[in-house]
Design a protein around this ligand. Structure first.
Ligand SMILES: [Zn+2]
Length: 335
């Protein structure tokens, strides 16, 4: 999640400090007001020229993601999904990943995911059921099912750097799976992966995969916390694939354009556009249009200086000499 804005200084509504409404977590700073005015102006300009419609109709795979959908955000969340659905075909996260690797993208596709495993996403998944959309929920096993509110509060303050919110339980997650949604890994305990040691980064990736696999049988997709380049590293990116994950996602804005050639999982760092149920519908749509406007076609790639590291597959012999050997995700029995 993003760092708390000035709004964090206001007392939250619930008596124990847990956020229960969008106003408990939303920024209301001068900076966000200026950003909002800019979006209004740029969006109006794109609409006036017909550019907005053309951008949204452009063939590509567009990943959008959210953190929470409070009750007061639900109606606008639904409207946003319906609006995206007018011009895009929704696909599951796994299908979206497959489309990007193949490069064969013949129309606008959209895919919805959620980070952090917050309780409000359970209701969001039911809204998506009604609209026939399968989502992917990136969770941190360290906090899944935590009922001790002090623990959740500490996790929120030190890891999410956001007001505390209720979290999903394993039965919630199993319920989502049974309804056709997917579960991804968001590390074990939501550290800043750009600041931890390589060993810690590997442990975070591995413990998370093991915990999810033990509980639900498998995990294919990973999205790193906070999602900027500064919150990750080339070695962590390499470890994602060494440990058997099939995709790695950022929270860097962008979308994935058609390509005339296939790429391998290690070649791709997925871009995702952050949207929010509390943002005006046309702001959410603006972020999609803007990503198409700025798309270069090769912005699925890792930064130049990371590319060769992420793409180097772990040699089986070399792997057996490392301390982590034998603790790979694939070695953990599902039960
Ligand atoms: Zn997160």
């Amino acid at each position: 999640m993003r760092a708390r804005g000035e709004a964090s200084e206001r007392p939250p509504v619930s008596s124990d400090g847990f956020a229960t409404h969008s106003r408990d977590v939303n920024e209301r700073s001068i900076r966000s007001a200026i950003r909002s005015a800019f979006i209004e102006a740029h969006s109006a300009k794109l609409r006036a020229t017909g550019e907005f419609t053309r951008l949204l109709a452009t063939p590509r795979v567009h990943f959008v993601y959210l953190h929470h959908v409070f009750e007061d955000e639900t109606a606008n969340f639904r409207r946003t999904l319906e609006e995206i659905g007018k011009t895009h075909q929704y696909v599951s996260y796994s299908k979206a990943v497959e489309l990007v690797y193949s490069g064969k993208v013949d129309r606008p596709y959209a895919c919805v995911s959620f980070d952090d495993g917050l309780k409000t996403t359970l209701a969001a998944s039911r809204v998506m059921d009604e609209l026939g959309i399968s989502g992917c929920f990136f969770v941190c096993p360290a906090i899944v099912g935590e009922l001790d509110r002090e623990m959740v509060r500490r996790f929120a303050e030190t890891r999410l750097r956001y007001p505390p919110m209720d979290v999903l339980s394993w039965p919630d997650i199993e319920d989502m799976l049974a309804r056709g949604h997917e579960i991804g890994s968001h590390t074990f305990s939501h550290p800043n992966m750009g600041e931890v040691s390589v060993e810690q980064a590997i442990d975070e990736l591995q413990l998370s995969a093991e915990a999810i696999r033990r509980r639900i049988g498998g995990v294919k997709h990973f999205a790193w916390p906070s999602g900027k380049w500064a919150n990750f590293s080339a070695r962590a990116g390499k470890a994602v694939f060494d440990l058997g994950y099939e995709s790695c996602a950022s929270a860097i804005r962008g979308c994935h354009m058609p390509r005339s050639f296939e790429v391998q999982p290690r070649d791709v760092c997925f871009r995702r556009d952050h949207i929010m149920g509390s943002w005006p519908l046309h702001h959410n749509m603006y972020f999609l249009a803007r990503s198409v406007l700025l798309a270069s076609g090769n912005d699925y790639e890792w930064p130049n200086e990371w590319r060769s590291i992420v793409r180097t597959e772990r040699h089986p012999v070399a792997a057996s000499s490392t301390p982590s050997a034998g603790r790979t995700m694939l070695a953990v029995p599902a039960h």
